[in-house]
Design a binder for this molecule. Structure first.
Ligand SMILES: [Zn+2]
Length: 277
C-alpha cells in the first residue's frame, strides 16, 4: 500500500471563525498587545501552528495526521511579528509545543465567553471599528458650557485617543464600562468599590474580573487595590488633559438628546462637533 504523502492543508472556515472569535482581536502571545485586525481594517493576524503543518517546520510531529495539524486544537492566532518568531524552527527551544498550548488556552479561555458576540459580528467587525473623530468640539463646548474645549488640540487629541482605544474594545465591554460610568456619575465619584459594582449589577466576581480584564487590556480602566487591604476599586481611564471620557458622553447625551450608543457603538464622535441649532 502506498503511504499517503503529507499535505499542507489550510484551516477550514469554521475553524478560522472560532480562532478569531476567541482571540479578542489580540495576539495570543503574552505581553504582546498587537491587534489582529487593525482599526483601519488591515489584517495583521496570522494563524500559527503549535505543531508545524509540514515536515521541517517548527515542532513538527510525524505522528499527527494532516487533519490534526489543521484542527482548532493545533492552531492559534498571533500578530504577524510574533508569528514569524514562533514559526521559526530556530526558536523551537524557546517555544516548545507545551508552552504554546498553555498560551493558546490562557488567551482563548479569557475571551471565549466575552467574545461569543464576535462570531455573529465577525462580518461587521471592520465596520464597527471605523470611528469618526471629533475636529472642533463646537457642540460639546456649547452644550457642556466649556468654552475652553472649542478647537483645543489637547482636548481633541485626548478624545481621539479615547476613540482609538474604544474601537479596539468589544461591544459588550464598551457597554459594561458605560454602565459603570453612569453609576460613577450618579454618585459623583471616579472609582467604585468592586463590592458595590458586584451588588449593583448583580454579577459574580469572575464575571466582573473577565469584563475588567478586557477593559484593562485595552487600557481603558482597571481594578486597583484600595488603601484597605483586600478591598478593590474599579477605575475607568481618564484623559490626560480633561475628564473621564465615558462620563462626558453621558453628560453630553443628557443635554443633546443623542443616544450614547451613537458614541460607544457607532463611534461617531463628530457628534461633538455638529452645530447645536
Ligand atoms: Zn504579537
Amino acid at each position: 500500500m502506498n503511504k499517503k504523502k503529507s499535505e499542507r492543508l489550510p484551516p477550514t472556515q469554521s475553524v478560522l471563525k472560532k480562532l478569531f472569535a476567541y482571540s479578542g482581536n489580540l495576539c495570543a502571545m503574552p505581553d504582546c498587545k498587537n491587534p489582529l485586525i487593525h482599526k483601519t481594517g488591515t489584517m495583521n493576524g496570522k494563524v500559527a501552528h503549535i505543531h508545524a503543518a509540514e515536515k521541517g517546520g517548527a515542532r513538527y510531529d510525524a505522528t499527527m495526521s494532516d487533519e490534526d495539524r489543521r484542527a482548532l486544537a493545533n492552531l492559534f492566532v498571533v500578530c504577524a511579528i510574533c508569528h514569524d518568531v514562533v514559526d521559526d524552527p530556530n526558536n523551537e527551544a524557546q517555544y516548545p509545543a507545551e508552552k504554546l498550548k498553555i498560551y493558546k488556552k490562557k488567551h482563548e479561555d479569557r475571551f471565549r465567553k466575552a467574545e461569543l458576540q464576535f462570531i455573529e459580528n465577525y462580518a461587521d467587525l471592520t465596520q464597527l471599528s471605523k470611528p469618526t473623530f471629533p475636529k472642533t468640539l463646537r457642540r460639546m463646548s456649547k452644550l457642556l458650557a466649556l468654552p475652553e474645549v472649542l478647537n483645543s488640540p489637547d482636548e481633541i487629541d485626548g478624545i481621539s485617543e479615547f476613540v482609538q482605544k474604544l474601537a479596539e474594545l468589544p461591544l459588550e465591554q464598551r457597554k459594561f464600562a458605560l454602565r459603570i460610568a453612569e453609576r460613577m456619575k450618579r454618585r459623583n465619584v471616579d472609582s467604585l468599590p468592586t463590592d458595590d459594582v458586584l451588588h449593583a449589577f448583580g454579577i459574580g466576581t469572575s464575571k466582573l474580573k473577565k469584563q475588567m480584564e478586557l477593559i484593562e487590556h485595552h487600557n481603558l480602566g482597571s481594578i486597583d487595590e484600595d488603601n484597605m487591604p483586600g478591598k478593590y476599586l474599579v477605575h475607568l481611564w481618564k484623559r490626560g488633559h480633561g475628564g473621564n471620557p465615558w462620563i462626558e458622553i453621558i453628560d453630553f447625551c443628557e443635554r443633546s438628546g443623542d443616544d450614547p450608543d451613537q458614541f460607544i457603538v457607532d463611534l461617531d464622535f463628530s457628534l461633538y462637533d455638529k452645530s447645536a441649532d
